[in-house]
Design a protein around this ligand. Structure first.
Ligand code: BG6
Length: 508
């Protein structure tokens, strides 16, 4: 896609320029786009912050950021020199109108120098409490009016619940049109996540079996060995459900369950995705326990290292009731998926860092082989591996060589690394490029975010009203709490140990 288009001249205005997100993800991604020749000829990065950094100091900070965080490591000196000559620091207090007027003048001056209109991307790498004042400040200074050339990028968390999302969104929409708003869910920028659509809709063989007649259930896993690191302050108010499920896991669910789009087009794809969210069976308040399970990690061992309990992490309340693990059972109430459970799970400090989607097919209708031959029988599964392995594995039964007749599970694999020798771009590279060319396909539309909050509200309400009495309830280094095992066991299922390496996964 990138080969066919290059963004037009771009002024990239980064609010929160001195913050962690800019340093760790945004600038390294921009620099990699530069190295790959994907930035426009004329590009400026204007780093906006309350403190006056100065151009040289800001560039020096970003050099460190790129060196430590870019997939390519330390940058070549000449390339960095050329990129960083276009970094400028701008001091602005988001609560003062004057700063926005100055910003408008600075942007006009850059355009005058270039002799034409540029794309203006306002990227809010700030705490969410600043989204509204910045949007209003931009609006008041006339900086949002050009619907064609001006875009606003915001990061999660977009609200803490349905109500607060609606408030934030209403504030943004007072100033910007929906087509100008790019809400980032970085999972959607991952190559393997984009490949879900390619796999489903660029091949004829999957679609006929992609429904309730052939699929028994679907498991979506996003497991991390990391704890909350230094983010306890944020995480205490978020928890696993808001941090991972409301956005990333729901987006994966949409990609797996959506109907085929007519065209690879932002609105068509997002329409099909939101249809899935609207079809999700609401979770009644009095049945939350049947559909959701929560956990919080206790101390434990991961890969030979002892890890503290969540409650002993920095900035975390010693009696915290925040969940660091969440599992959900969902049903998509439509013609294609009626009766097929979708199990979602995510957690911190689990046994391995692994994200995957496992499609478990129905058993054969009749077992023709002698019982002894099939003792090792495993269901057919298609595993879409997102991380750390990137690829697709089909698990099916084959005949072992020799006699007597015996069947064994085997794997058929597609590996990204082996099939395409190219380096995989980081999610932010894909997403930032899309923003610059104005392609919103991989961004969340307001109606998706709203539908996701709506579905989760009963769970959030019930969990908030009923603090867990058994926290912490899983050891760091385990696969999560017993409550999650029960959630699937009630349907006669069990979670699978994810496909960690080339060895087959096994039921546990
Ligand atoms: C972020 C969450 O959105 O996604 C983090 O806030 C989580 O808590 C991260 O660790 C996981 O993303 P990735 O790309 O590392 O799988």
């Amino acid at each position: 896609m990138k080969a066919a288009m290059t963004p037009s001249d771009t002024l990239f205005i980064l609010f929160g320029a001195g913050g962690d997100l800019s340093w760790r993800l945004v600038v390294p991604a921009l620099f990699n786009l530069f190295l790959d020749g994907h930035l426009p000829q004329r590009f400026k990065l204007l780093g906006v912050d309350r403190a006056d950094a100065g151009d040289a100091a800001l560039a020096a900070r970003y050099l460190k950021g790129v060196t430590e965080n870019s997939r390519r490591g330390a940058p070549p000196a000449d390339a960095w020199q050329s990129f960083s000559s276009n970094i400028h620091a701008i001091k602005l207090d988001a609560t003062e109108a004057e700063g926005f007027k100055q910003l408008a003048k600075a942007l006009d001056a850059h355009e005058a120098e270039w002799g034409g209109k540029a794309e203006r991307v306002f990227y809010l790498a700030t705490p969410p409490s600043l989204f509204e004042p910045i949007a209003l400040g931009l609006g008041a200074a006339g900086l949002a009016q050009d619907r064609e050339h001006v875009r606003l990028v915001v990061e999660k968390p977009l609200g803490n619940d349905l109500q607060s999302f609606r408030e934030i969104n209403a504030a943004l929409c007072r100033v910007f049109e929906e087509r100008q708003l790019f809400r980032i869910d970085h999972f959607l920028g991952k190559e393997t996540v984009q490949n879900i659509l390619a796999m489903r809709f660029a091949n004829p063989i999957f679609e006929p079996i992609w429904n309730r007649r052939y699929v028994d259930h679907v498991v979506i896993t996003a497991a991390e060995t990391l704890g909350v690191e230094q983010r306890g302050g944020y995480y205490e108010h978020a928890g696993a459900l808001r941090d991972m499920v409301q956005n990333h896991l729901f987006q994966l669910l949409c990609l797996v369950a959506m109907e085929p789009p007519v065209a690879y087009d932002a609105d068509d794809i997002r329409d099909k995705k939101v249809d899935v969210l609207h079809a999700l069976r609401p979770i009644p308040h009095d049945e939350v326990e049947t559909y959701a399970a929560r956990g919080q990690y206790a101390e434990g061992w991961i890969q030979g290292e002892q890890r503290p309990a969540y409650r002993a992490e920095p900035h975390v309340d010693a009696h915290s009731n925040t969940e660091t693990y969440a599992a959900l059972k969902l049903y998509v109430d439509n013609w294609r998926w009626q009766g097929v459970p979708f199990y979602l799970r995510t957690g911190k400090r689990l046994a391995a860092s692994v994200s995957e989607i496992s499609i478990r097919f129905r058993d054969v209708p009749h077992r023709a082989f002698p019982v002894a031959a099939g003792l090792n029988a495993q269901p057919t599964r298609l595993v879409i591996q997102l991380n750390p392995e990137q690829g697709i594995v089909l698990k099916f039964m084959a005949k072992e060589p020799g006699s007597p007749l015996r069947l064994s599970p085997v794997d058929m694999r597609f590996s990204y690394k082996e099939a395409f020798q190219a380096d995989t771009p980081a999610a932010y590279e894909t997403l930032l490029w899309d923003v610059m060319v104005g392609d919103a396909t991989l961004f969340m539309r307001a109606d998706q975010v709203e539908a996701a909050w709506q579905l989760l509200m009963p769970v959030l309400d019930v969990w908030a009203a009923n603090p867990a009495v058994n926290f912490p309830n899983y050891a760091a280094g385990s696969w999560g709490p017993e409550a999650a095992d029960l959630l699937v066991a009630r349907d006669g299922h069990s979670w699978l140990t994810p496909t960690l390496s080339k060895d087959s996964a096994h039921e546990r």
